[in-house]
Design a binder for this molecule. Sequence first.
Ligand SMILES: Nc1ncnc2c1ncn2[C@@H]1O[C@H](COP(=O)(O)OP(=O)(O)OP(=O)(O)O)[C@@H](O)[C@H]1O
Ligand SMILES: [Mg+2]
Length: 248
Amino acid sequence: MSAAPVVLKAEGLSKRFGGLLAVQNVSFTQFAGEVLAVIGPNGAGKTTLLNLLSGVYRPTAGRLHLLGQDVTDQSIEHRCHLGLGRAFQIVRPFPEMTVHENVTVGALFGKPGANLAQARDLAYDLLERTGLAAHADKAAHELTLLQDKRLEVARALATQPKVLLLDEVMAGLRPAEAQEAVQLVRSVQGSGISVLFIEHIMPVVRDLADRVVVMDQGQVIAEGTYREVTRNPQVVSAYLGTETELQA
Ligand SMILES: Nc1ncnc2c1ncn2[C@@H]1O[C@H](COP(=O)(O)OP(=O)(O)OP(=O)(O)O)[C@@H](O)[C@H]1O
Ligand SMILES: [Mg+2]
């Protein structure tokens, strides 16, 4: 894996909110084609880290390299155009637009100067791929939770990312639905996209992640395979008293 090119490299990223260091000196490397999971108890700083990666927040300290470029001071749009896509923990499609229109917007956003016909075609392809083709003409607010999550992934894929960031896209899904979502992420990986995902559902992490980064109180406390990190005493102790079943 380490012979593959680096797609994301975080060096000492920190983010302060007033008196709280939500992300503290976080460094990690993601290689091309790799599926990297970021786990940790509630409030560990995972979503804040994702916001630093995607450009929602500027870091208080540290640098971020995306596909070999220093993007620390670059906008969300610039990172997106370079190849960084993102699905949100809180799904927020345009509710009155159709499912197809929502994905088309993603396709237009991802490529400056994209043509509408091509964007619409790409959106249809992605609806097929994410199992939403039958719902293309529904208003987005009519979708079920599972379909919402699929739409969120389709919208992120529409920006044609090389690296896809996913924040708890499985949350709230029943186990069978989560398995479908796992298949979707596998197919995304199969198409050559590197995936970085935040997830609380441990069987999903075990099944999907090539490598796991564990955060607690803003810091990376462990990194390794699923097997390694779930046997790490510091990780076990960080999860003590939470409802997460680490050895799942
Ligand atoms: N915009 C903000 N302003 C102030 N504090 C924030 C902000 N965003 C997050 N925080 C705080 O930073 C810490 C990390 O939050 P974050 O949302 O990154 O955690 P998380 O690991 O994603 O948690 P969860 O698993 O519950 O989604 C928390 O203490 C949170 O209250
Ligand atoms: Mg979060």
